[in-house]
Design a protein around this ligand. Structure first.
Ligand SMILES: [Zn+2]
Ligand SMILES: [Zn+2]
Length: 252
């Protein structure tokens, strides 16, 4: 399987070494395949595929499981980068839980992938996210803070994700999401979404975290001033063993 992926990847690169196209979306996004390598992780054995955005130079990666190039009905999770959550374990959001849950789930599948999109802080960038957190420390909620910094509430766009899927010649995807907006965006960009897989977090670890957070009423979805935090990943998580109402109440 490893050789297959490498052979197929080399072929993709050979066919279109200096890829350029008119692009997708309002910013005419175009990404280019650059390199692929094996990536064993604590969640399973993956490959990492690196892309470069031809327009802004940003680097994005696909974390792929199994032989996905040219495949149909590939389970796909879109994850927007969150340095503070993903890497540092910040409790101001639940990004790391969502990322780990998706890697664990896909790591056990025959094939699938997580597209790790470099749109930090709902698209406003790391420094502006920290600025927004600072304003929240002073009592503004996330929406007010982003507006105060001159950003719309959500600057994310999934044109990059759609192009990455096209670059890998993915025929159709099963999107792991609880958010119909993601499906609509990808469909508009020409991706064939055959199914939606609910993004469900495993019971024990995550339930405890959510319940503790709710009990503390701090840091996570509700801050010290009682203001809500919008989740940076646009999905409301589904936690096994909890009702949608229980989870939703933590995001309200
Ligand atoms: Zn392109
Ligand atoms: Zn986050």
């Amino acid at each position: 399987m490893t050789t297959t992926m490498h052979d197929k990847f080399d072929l993709l690169l050979e066919q279109d070494p200096d890829h350029h196209c008119p692009g997708l979306g309002k910013d005419n996004i175009c990404v280019r395949l650059v390199a692929m390598a094996e990536l064993p992780t604590r969640f399973g054995d993956f490959h990492i595929v690196a892309f470069e955005n031809n327009r802004d130079g940003k680097e994005h990666v696909a974390i792929t499981k199994g032989d996905v190039i040219g495949a149909s009905d590939v389970p796909v999770r879109l994850h927007s980068e969150c340095l503070t959550g993903d890497a540092i374990g910040s409790l101001r959001c639940d990004c790391r839980d969502q990322l780990e849950a998706s890697l664990k789930a896909i790591g056990q599948m025959e094939k699938g992938m997580v597209l790790y999109l470099r749109q930090e802080g709902r698209g406003i960038g790391l420094i502006n996210k920290v600025r927004a957190y600072s304003l929240q420390d002073d009592g503004l909620d996330t929406v007010e803070a982003n507006l105060a910094l001159g950003f719309r509430d959500d600057e994310r766009d999934y044109a990059v994700a759609a192009h990455m899927l096209m670059s890998l010649k993915i025929e159709s995807v099963q999107l792991m999401t609880n958010n119909p907006k993601k499906i609509n965006q990808l469909t508009q960009y020409g991706i064939n979404v055959t199914e939606r897989i609910p993004h469900i977090m495993p019971t024990n670890d995550y339930n405890r975290f959510y319940l503790e957070t709710k009990a503390n009423k701090s840091g996570h979805m509700i801050d010290f001033h009682g203001k809500e935090h919008l989740p940076e990943q646009s999905d409301l998580p589904i936690v096994a063993g909890m009702t949608r109402e229980q989870i939703g109440s933590m995001h309200e």
